[in-house]
Structures are given as C-alpha cells and as structure tokens.
Design a protein around this ligand. Structure first.
Ligand code: SAM
Length: 208
C-alpha cells in the first residue's frame, strides 16, 4: 500500500519534519509520497533530515501521481478524514491501494482542513474514530488496520496525554496517540524534546 501526505502547511516546521521522518522510518521510503508542495519547490527547499531518509516529493497533487506497480485508480484512493461518516476497517484493505493524509498540524479545536481534500479530489473519505490524531499516529493506525488487520477497537490508544518534564512542568497534548508496550504514547523520535522546548518558549512569551 502507498501512503500520501498532501502537504498543506507553509514550509516545514520542526514538528512536521519529525513527524514525516518517523513515518518514513516506519512504513519505508518507497511507500511514502509527499505531494502538493508549492510550485517552484526544489531539492534545496527540502529539509536535509527528510532528504537523508529518501523522501519522495512532488509539487503535483495526489491525483497526478501513481507508480508502474501501483497505478492511481481513483476508486482505490481513500482520504483519511476526521469528519468522514464511516470508520476504516480491516476489510477495506481489499478496496484501497492509496491512503491520503492531510499534512496539517494538529490544532485545538480542529480546523477541519482535511475536508478541503475531499472537496478538491472527490475521493472516498474514511475516519479513524472521533478524536484528532497527529499525522504520524493516523498513518500508524491506518497501517495497523489495513496491513496488520487489527481492528480499531483492539488498538490501545490514549487521549490527551500529559507529558511531564519535571515536578512542576507538564503539558497536555490535545490528540489521540497509540500506546507502546510500556504503556507510553508513541511519539516521533525527538518529539518529546521539541514539545518541552515549545512549552518553555510559550512560557517565556507569556512572561515577557
Ligand atoms: N485538524 C485537522 C484538520 O484540519 O482536518 C486534522 C489534522 S490531523 C493533525 C492530520 C491528518 O491526520 C488529517 O488530515 C487526517 O488525514 C489524519 N487524521 C487525524 N485524525 C484522524 C481521524 N480521527 N480520522 C481520520 N483521519 C485522521
């Protein structure tokens, strides 16, 4: 199966770089395509960390990509959309080859931007439960459901976990995450440090 992230943010934030890097490490560089980068984007605009991992990217939209071994047939494309009416199930593995995600940073409350992709391309939308996930969590969940044939209700999630940095500092993330075997939310490599840095920054801004 091929995974597509339609990049919908301006540029590449540190957060997005960590998420995309983790997705490549988990599903393999040959299975991920980053689409809809701004016209005129060149290799020098792509962050080194993503180039080093072999990111495949294009300024084309998802409707214009496809590979010789997995052509893009619009009936077999699914957009993962938090506002879709039907949840993704293991049986959907027979129906789709291309899974499309919004390259959108999580926001609270959600901005519902994924629906723009449905309006733009007209592909079928499926939901992964009723809580907003980070993009890497959404890809991980889709992979478990379709490729590992795990039912959504058998995946162990945590909603809005609190990340504690020390006795007095903690931050709650308003997203759903998958738990690892140690019962901790799965985060991209480097994300804990980034969340800590960002929360110190917001505290500094507040006190300035
Ligand atoms: N608030 C966002 C929006 O504007 O739609 C959600 C962005 S979410 C951080 C990034 C991507 O992960 C979404 O575009 C979607 O593809 C996927 N995603 C996250 N939670 C999901 C859910 N519950 N069901 C389906 N897809 C989800």
């Amino acid at each position: 199966m091929k995974y597509v992230i339609e990049h919908m943010e301006q540029g590449f934030s540190e957060w997005v770089i960590l998420e995309y890097s983790q997705i490549i490490r988990e599903i393999g560089k040959e299975n991920l395509f980053l689409t809809s980068l701004p016209e005129g984007t060149t290799e020098k605009d792509i962050p080194q960390a993503l180039k080093d991992l072999g990111l495949q990217w294009t300024t084309k939209g998802v409707n214009e990509i496809g590979t010789a071994e997995t052509p893009l047939n619009s009936n077999r494309v699914c957009i993962l959309d938090p506002k879709a009416e039907t949840d993704l199930i293991p049986e959907d593995a027979n129906g789709y080859d291309w899974l499309v995600f919004g390259g959108i940073l999580g926001s609270h409350p959600p901005r519902d931007l994924t629906q723009e992709l449905i309006r733009k391309y007209g592909y079928t939308g499926k939901r992964l439960g009723d809580k907003q996930m980070t993009t890497d969590t959404a890809v991980r969940t889709t992979n478990l459901i379709l490729e590992k044939q795990t039912k959504f209700e058998d995946i162990k999630f945590i909603d809005y976990p609190e990340f504690r940095f020390n006795k007095s500092e903690a931050v709650e993330m308003p997203f759903r995450y998958i738990l690892n075997e140690q019962g901790r939310p799965i985060l991209p490599e480097g994300m804990f440090a980034l969340i800590k840095k960002d929360s110190e920054q917001s505290l500094d801004d507040l006190l300035a």
